[in-house]
Design a protein around this ligand. Structure first.
Ligand code: ADP
Ligand code: ZN
Ligand code: ZN
Length: 739
């Protein structure tokens, strides 16, 4: 048989970060043949007048009928950057999201690598005394170089540690290095970790859960369903320690707000290996460094937020998703992946256990546990001496309210402070007031670019749109009737802070915690440190609901949740129930008993009744029954086609055409037993105009996931090709969380 000419195989199919659902063919440069394990490597290629960085997804024979191919400009990785399980899982994700592979890969790679930068140096650098330095150290003159030499005399120190230990050490190091007294050396990260510390003895429920994780072999999804403060983190720590002992890597996902210095310190102190953090506070170089360290197997424990789910795990042993119900796991633009769901996909491919932990599991996960797909582990008791707080409903119908707070509530706050406790007032609405209203004519301040009211800030002086960020000064008089009766309506956290400050500010500190007051990552921590264990008042939004231990907290007051009881979104009840349970869980975390007061105009609302009398699981059971009845997830599978434009008509016009194509594709599949694909709409989006864009959407659902994907697979090429598709910006969201 004649040998196949090399040129035939020398076509590289490259995934490029472009919104086009295909790969792009290029010729390999003669210097390296296409079959040299190019798949998974980044390449720089010409694209029109531009250059792009892509990933080789496949190699193959040239199509003799195809026009002359352009040549790859440069190969950026000597070894594949993406291979094995991660590459396969990302290809799965591209199919599942019906998104171009190139865009999925670009989402998964850290920005620096996406731009084509070389893989970073992942070594940790330390400084130590040379032999000459050891001799000279004792007799050196006082000063910073001497102080550095003293530090290094005790032990070599890595640069991060030196940053903490000695200000201006770099200059001193240069001086000493110039005299040959110190040197910089690369050290294995494992040498730098503290010895593992001991934790509390697991209680019987924890021991059972730990046993279950340790006993699982291969892919095993476990739902760790434990009330706030029940010691879920302890279970993770034991499971991770076991994973490390087996010589494997562990990945821990946490919500953005949960990745605090506190959390990291706890992991570092207990595990005895370096813990690599991945979060939005890192710069591109730092993120790429952690990613590459994981790829090289140097990072053994990675703790990170949503996008950390793309961490390479060549020696995976365990994945943990903490607060698995948290909304921050869903990416809301670009590739709309769900980090928890993708963690499950990866755990299956990696054949490792995946622990989903929460005090308020998502209905999806509870459904999976109920049907036996996940092992359901319960922690029903708070660990240590902490007791769950009783919840009392304050019916405020027909009561006089002072800035939204009833007299009874103010008295309870007063009493808690008098008993040296800390009080949290929870109001999930930042700003001074949600609306600025003219009492003379009924005018209210609306955003020019959104279908939404402007929020009042700065005690009434400023207006800000929480949807598009638009800001302006509050008008001095009503723009419609020129009247002077403009009044902020309703109460936001700023206004609560002002009022509580007037009332209690002379006695105790009053701190407001929301995105307005707490922009920086460490600001939250600083706030808590300022307060310490002293009596005090915290006012805040859902930022306060999560994760933070406040030992002195004895009263949680929840106000202004009524609007959430009547939302149209089918997930609103679930979100509200989770929020209420999480906020309530802040009380009585330590030795002191806590209490929760819930102020409402709807004390008989079934959601509140079920939640208070039966707890979260009773709520979840009744909510799941309703979802089943109504044919909503998790009993049906959904996708959402969204479209937006600066003009009013194109989104609906596009979605009408898309609907017809989808309906046609669904009728062709025809073999479904449950009625196949259901199309609702198209409809204007719940906020039909936002940031100047008109928005519409087409929800799709099917009882069988297969029907949904089949119809999308068949219809999407034609949808992409629609002339209407070019006149609107559109996107597909599979398993949307916000409708
Ligand atoms: P969760 O993650 O469920 O909120 P944590 O693991 O943070 O709970 O535990 C809550 C608190 O209880 C922590 O201060 C922790 O140190 C403590 N704790 C956990 N398990 C035990 C135990 N078995 N005995 C005593 N204290 C414990
Ligand atoms: Zn007016
Ligand atoms: Zn706006």
């Amino acid at each position: 048989m004649p040998a196949v000419p090399a040129a035939v195989e020398a076509v590289l199919r490259v995934a490029l970060p472009l919104p086009l659902p295909r790969l792009f063919d290029y010729r390999a440069p003669p210097a390296w043949r296409a079959d040299q394990a190019a798949v998974g490597c980044r390449v720089r290629v010409p694209f029109g007048p531009r250059e792009l960085v892509g990933v080789v997804a496949a190699t193959g024979p040239a199509d003799p009928a195809a026009p002359e191919l352009r040549e790859v400009l440069e190969r950026l990785d000597p070894e594949p950057l993406l291979h094995g399980e991660l590459f396969a899982s990302l290809q799965w994700l591209a199919r599942y999201c019906h998104a171009p592979l190139g865009e999925v890969l670009a989402t998964a790679l850290p920005a620096a690598l996406r731009r084509g930068e070389p893989q970073p140096d992942t070594r940790t650098w330390a400084w130590r005394l040379t032999e000459a330095g050891n001799t000279a150290q004792a007799a050196m003159r006082a000063g910073r170089p001497k102080r550095l030499a003293d530090l290094l005399h005790a032990a070599p120190r890595d640069e991060e540690a030196l940053d903490d230990l000695l200000e201006g050490w770099r200059g001193a190091a240069r001086t000493l290095a110039g005299r040959g007294l110190v040197e910089r050396v690369a050290v294995p990260a494992s040498q730098l970790a503290p010895a593992p510390g001991a934790g509390p003895e697991p209680n019987p429920e924890q021991a059972r859960a730990i046993g279950a994780v340790l006993a699982s072999t291969g892919f095993a999804p476990l739902l760790l369903d434990g009330v706030t403060g029940s010691g879920k983190t302890e279970v993770y720590l034991h499971a991770i320690a076991d994973c490390l002992a087996r010589g494997r890597q562990a990945l821990v996902l946490v919500p953005e707000i949960g990745l605090t210095p506190q959390t990291l310190a706890r992991f570092r102190a207990r595990l005895g290996v370096p813990v690599h953090a991945l979060h939005s506070g890192l710069n591109d170089a730092e993120r790429a460094r952690v990613w590459s360290a994981a790829l090289r197997g140097e990072a053994r424990v990675v703790v990170g937020t949503r996008s950390a789910v793309f961490t390479p795990l060549p020696e995976a042993g365990l994945i943990v998703v903490d607060e698995e119900h948290d909304g921050s796991y869903k990416q809301q633009d670009g590739i709309r992946y769900h980090a928890r769901d993708f963690a499950l996909v990866r755990a299956r491919a990696l054949e490792v256990p995946v622990v989903l932990g929460s005090a308020t599991p998502s209905l999806e996960s509870l459904h999976n546990a109920g049907s036996g797909r996940y092992l359901h582990l319960r922690l029903s008791q708070r660990a240590g001496n902490a007791r769950p707080p009783p919840v009392r409903v304050l019916d405020v119908r027909k009561r006089a309210l002072d800035n939204g707070l009833s007299r009874e509530l103010l008295e309870a706050i007063d009493a808690a402070l008098a008993a040296d406790g800390q009080v949290l007032v929870f109001r999930n609405r930042r700003g001074y007031a949600p609306v600025l209203l003219c009492h003379d004519c009924g005018w209210s301040a609306q955003c020019r670019r959104c279908d939404a009211a402007m929020t009042v800030h700065g005690g009434g002086r400023r207006l800000q749109c929480h949807h598009c960020g638009h800001r302006q000064a509050a008008p001095p008089a009503c723009p419609d009737c020129a009247g002077l009766a403009l009044q902020p309506q309703g109460v936001g956290t700023e206004r609560l802070e002002e009022m509580l400050m007037q009332r209690f500010g002379a006695r105790v500190p009053v701190l407001r915690i929301d995105r307005g007051s707490t922009r920086r990552r460490d600001a939250l921590q600083k706030h808590f440190e300022t307060l310490g264990e002293r009596p005090g008042l915290l006012v805040g939004t859902q930022m306060l609901a999560k994760g933070h231990d406040l030992a002195g907290l004895t009263l949680v007051a929840v106000v202004g949740i009524d609007e959430g009881l009547f939302s149209a979104d089918f997930r609103a009840a679930e979100k509200l129930a989770q929020l209420l349970i999480q906020v309530a869980g802040r009380a009585g975390r330590a030795e002191r008993a806590g209490e929760v007061l819930l102020q409402t105009h709807h004390p008989d609302h079934p959601l509140l009744q079920t939640l208070i009398n039966g707890g979260y699981h009773a709520f979840a059971a009744s909510e799941l029954a309703q979802r089943e009845e109504a044919g909503f997830p998790p009993f049906a599978h959904m996708a959402l086609l969204r479209a937006e434009s600066r003009h009013a008509d194109p989104p609906m016009a596009f979605l009408q055409r898309a609907r017809a194509l989808l309906a046609e594709a669904a009728s062709r599949s025809g073999d479904s037993v449950d009625g196949g694909l259901v199309l609702h709409g198209p409809l204007p989006a719940p906020m039909a105009r936002r940031a100047g864009m008109y928005r519409a959407q087409l929800p799709l659902s099917a009882l069988q996931r297969r029907d949904l994907h089949l119809a999308l697979d068949r219809a999407l090429p034609a949808i992409h090709a629609l002339p209407e598709a070019r006149r609107t910006r559109w996107s597909l969201d599979v398993d949307p969380v916000d409708l």
